[in-house]
Design a protein around this ligand. Structure first.
Ligand code: PLP
Length: 391
């Protein structure tokens, strides 16, 4: 390991797969050209590379290539989907529904829509992180333009029942968007089987380069949507700006690898997680798991150890890289909005660590991480006891 620390933070970002880097390299070297230049061979070659990538992305989620637009990542895809559909339907349907455990980029897009006059319903989730479908059913009506519900959560990994959610949306003619940044390439996702109208993907969560992602937009029936960006009208007018060819090529490559390897990989990662959880529970008493264990992507755990503040634990874990919550809001030590929404007890709220396993995680790393965490927890608990006795 370059950093001499076992990387277990695969929900924050994943290492670039060497095969993906290999596929991109020529586009950082001898090959170049603007994929939107129609006048010469440089442009045509670049365009062909982008279209191959588009086909690879589409095929991973059962979409048609024309239904994929390239963006800078899931944040942008979510912004285009949520604001774009709500704004396009404003005046006809003025209501958006989402859940409180969404990524900040969906929640903040909804906040902006509220300031523009859209009515937004933020549905709570159950203690296990899952949405109660009756609550959704009650919230929906003929005014609902869009429902945006993440396929898998980035902190607790829980998988929402997207097909059931889609059936409820269809009854009232609401469009359904899903932030699938943590689900695609981790569990099988097919936009037709799940009945999704829009879906967001991020390349750097699936072993591709940072700075690129995609938004799937269903063509039949057509989804009304407004762009955020004005300009040359690339990506079917929805995302003006030159498509970054090297990044798109890498993103396509990682999707194609995922399509081949998903079944075996998810089994392998699940067995690593099972091994980790079994061992950590045996080594550390009073361990609490947040989020449903069954309806969960294979590579995620979110655990609290009683009486162990996550920040203190982190200070002792130099050789294991895990996270205390979502990486996007770690500037301030605030309890995670996701864990708060689950109703996690106050005394465990600041104790949670997220452990993410992935393609390059080995059994030896799992065992090493368990040992290091157990050692740190035991020593922190012992010194707390000493202080108690002294105090
Ligand atoms: C990482 C992530 C995002 C943001 O993706 P970027 O490509 O980094 O913008 C959005 N939603 C979820 C669930 C994520 O895990």
């Amino acid at each position: 390991m370059a950093e001499d620390s076992v990387y277990l933070d695969y929900q924050a970002s994943t290492p670039l797969d060497p095969r993906v880097r290999e596929a991109m390299l020529v586009w950082f070297g001898e090959k170049f050209g603007n994929p939107h230049s129609n006048d010469h061979v440089y442009g045509w070659a670049a365009e062909e590379a982008v279209e191959t990538a588009r086909t690879q992305v589409a095929s991973l989620i059962g979409a048609k290539p024309r239904e994929i637009i390239f963006t800078s990542g899931a944040t942008e895809s979510n912004n285009i989907a949520v604001k774009g559909v709500a704004r396009a339907l404003r005046g006809k349907r003025n209501h958006v529904v989402t859940i409180v455990t969404e990524h900040k980029c969906v929640l903040e897009s909804c906040r902006r829509l509220e300031r523009e006059g859209t009515e937004v319903t933020y549905l709570p989730v159950e203690r296990n992180g899952l949405l109660d479908l009756n609550r959704l059913d009650d919230a929906l009506d003929e005014q609902t333009a869009l429902v945006s519900i993440m396929a898998a959560n980035n902190e607790i990994g829980v998988i929402q029942p997207m097909a059931d959610i889609a059936a409820l949306c269809e009854k009232v003619g609401a469009r359904l968007h899903s932030d699938a940044a943590q689900a695609v390439a981790k569990i099988p996702i097919n936009v037709n089987e799940l009945g999704l109208d829009l879906l967001s993907i991020s390349s750097h969560k699936i072993y591709g380069p940072m700075g690129v992602g995609a938004l799937y937009i269903r063509q039949k029936p057509k989804v009304p949507i407004e762009p955020l960006m004005d300009g040359g009208g690339q990506e079917r007018g929805l995302r003006s700006g030159t498509v970054p060819v090297p990044l798109a090529v890498g993103f396509g490559a990682c999707c194609s690898i995922a399509a081949d390897e998903l079944p075996n990989e998810s089994k392998r990662i699940l067995s690593l997680r099972t091994r980790f959880l079994g061992r950590i529970k045996r080594a550390i008493n009073d361990t609490h798991l947040h989020g449903d264990l069954e309806q969960r992507i294979p590579g995620n755990l979110n655990l609290s150890f009683a009486n162990i503040d996550a920040q203190d634990l982190m200070m002792r874990l130099c050789r294991v890289s895990v996270s205390t919550g979502s990486a996007c809001s770690t500037a301030t030590v605030q309890a995670s909005h996701v864990l708060q929404s689950l109703g996690v007890e106050q005394h465990l709220l600041h104790n949670a660590i997220r452990i993410g396993f992935g393609r390059f995680t080995t059994e030896a790393e799992v065992d090493f991480a368990v040992e290091e965490i157990a050692r740190a927890v035991t020593s922190l608990r012992q010194s707390a006891q000493v202080y108690e006795r002294v105090g």
